[in-house]
Design a binder for this molecule. Structure first.
Ligand code: 5GP
Ligand code: ZN
Length: 117
């Protein structure tokens, strides 16, 4: 996949609209188009990396900035007291469908008791 074909690069470029909830110089947070919880925000590096593992190896500081934006979004959404879940699907076999690294920030509903619970 080239960057020009990448859905999330196109959102960064403003070519595809998104409901942006937070932005830093190097990260962007916007609402998932098909939310799986009352709060469902995606946090991405603006630069293209295929997944979080590639991101962490390629730019460790940027991976940290993505996590800092995750924390800011969770606080802004009022989830820092109640709790929230952060998911980085990594690979098609676990459900990654967009191959630009992204954190799912999920909250606002009881999520106790699944794979990691
Ligand atoms: P993945 O399955 O790769 O972990 O997550 C991709 C996410 O991107 C899905 O939750 C999906 O609903 C979301 N998504 C797909 N296309 C769009 C879009 O055009 N805009 C937004 N905001 N989210 C999208
Ligand atoms: Zn991309």
């Amino acid at each position: 996949m080239t960057v020009a074909d990448c859905l999330f690069c196109r959102i960064v470029a403003g070519e595809i609209p998104a409901t942006v909830v937070a932005e830093t110089e190097r990260t962007l947070a916007f609402r998932d188009i098909a939310p799986k919880a009352p709060t469902h925000v995606l946090v991405i590096p603006k630069e293209h990396y295929a997944d979080v593992a590639t991101l962490a190896v390629g730019d460790f500081a940027l991976a940290g900035e993505v996590l800092a934006t995750v924390a800011d979004v969770a606080a802004a959404e009022g989830l820092d007291g109640t709790g929230f879940r952060v998911i980085f699907n990594t690979g098609a076999s676990v459900g990654q469908t967009v191959f630009h690294a992204h954190a799912h920030v999920l909250g606002g509903v009881d999520m106790d008791g699944d794979l990691t619970g």
